[in-house]
Write a protein that binds this ligand. Sequence first.
Ligand SMILES: C[S@@+](CC[C@H](N)C(=O)[O-])C[C@H]1O[C@@H](n2cnc3c(N)ncnc32)[C@H](O)[C@@H]1O
Length: 250
Amino acid sequence: MKRNHEPSHNITRDKQETQRGRVGAKREKDCMKAENEITIINGDCFAVMKTMPDKSVDMVFTSPPHNRKRNDKYEEYEDTVEDYFTFLKDAITESIRVSRGHVIFNIQKNYYNKSELFRIMGHFHDKIVEVIIWEKSNPMPAAGKAITNAYEFFIVFGDGAMKSNTTYTKNVITTAVNSSMPKEHKAVMKQDVADWFIEKFTKDGDIVLDPFFGLGTTGAAALKYGRKCIGIELSSAYCDMARAIIHVEK
Ligand SMILES: C[S@@+](CC[C@H](N)C(=O)[O-])C[C@H]1O[C@@H](n2cnc3c(N)ncnc32)[C@H](O)[C@@H]1O
């Protein structure tokens, strides 16, 4: 049965079938040894994560599609999921399964996703250990007297309190937003935000999984702080761009 959050393009599915075979065979070897390396996998994260053993990474840090229902967002993903609740629930459930530590999902509330996002928070109420707010110092102003959307959630799932590597870590981080995005990808995470999370909440040599890798901001942060990273991304073009940005060999 087709899952309603499965990508709709045949081209993508063909690529994924090829990837699943390749990934299935190499998966454990590549990812679990992960010696000081960034591993980028072109495929559907739902299929790839299925091949990963329980508790095989130290943290999941990711920014899933925000379901803004705009077709200009991603190369191979329309961001128009009918059942966004199930899409997120499945991604979070698999992430919790494969992680020994916390799972952090960055989600921006918007007009289209807010009801399903609040449902997700209710569904996982006993697994949410923290909500960290990214406050944007220079958000795009809303029209007229409408409320300007000036924050994004970083929802932390797991068991046990979250501990920082430094003292006086607040659950709010304030930075400017990216002043420009590459024309190929309109939802790249701000590098200093990813850096803040990786530096504070992971340790030297940890393996961080990002199942919605995009252009690899999580990988760049991991590399900067001596962590290992596994990134999964549907678009082969984004994988190539991420490899170029982070200087990862194919
Ligand atoms: C919000 S963007 C992530 C951006 C990333 N954090 C960065 O800084 O570049 C979400 C990404 O998820 C990818 N994506 C969507 N569905 C996917 C799936 N099922 N498996 C893997 N990647 C997927 C999209 O192509 C998009 O690049």
